[in-house]
Design a protein around this ligand. Structure first.
Ligand code: GSH
Length: 88
């Protein structure tokens, strides 16, 4: 109950809207990189991969493994679109 209540109210608070004007969770603030702010799940995943998985354990090097990288993007975008259908 507390979780679902805060999930509705928290994203509309002014401090949160400063981070994500779209008023949606999740948002990341990267204190290790000048408090850079990222919202949208897929953008957050790619950001974390780019900066914190530089050995490519969990994603693909766009330069050295371009086709796998393309496949990865394809499924990320597919997932975003599929999960957006009917979402308010
Ligand atoms: N496309 C967004 C969707 C985010 C989203 O819908 N978040 C929900 C929680 S899972 C939310 O913030 N709900 C609160 C609200 O709609 O007020 C993403 O991938 O980050």
């Amino acid at each position: 109950m507390v979780f679902s209540t805060s999930l509705r109210i928290l994203p509309q608070e002014p401090w949160f809207l400063e981070l994500n004007p779209n008023g949606r969770i999740p948002v990341v603030v990267d204190h290790q990189r000048d408090d850079h702010v990222v919202f949208e799940t897929s953008a957050i995943m790619l950001y974390i991969a780019q900066h914190y998985d530089t050995d490519f354990h969990f994603w693909f090097d766009p330069a050295k493994d371009a086709n796998s990288y393309s496949d990865m993007l394809q499924w990320i975008f597919f997932t975003v679109c599929a999960s957006s259908v009917g979402h308010h």
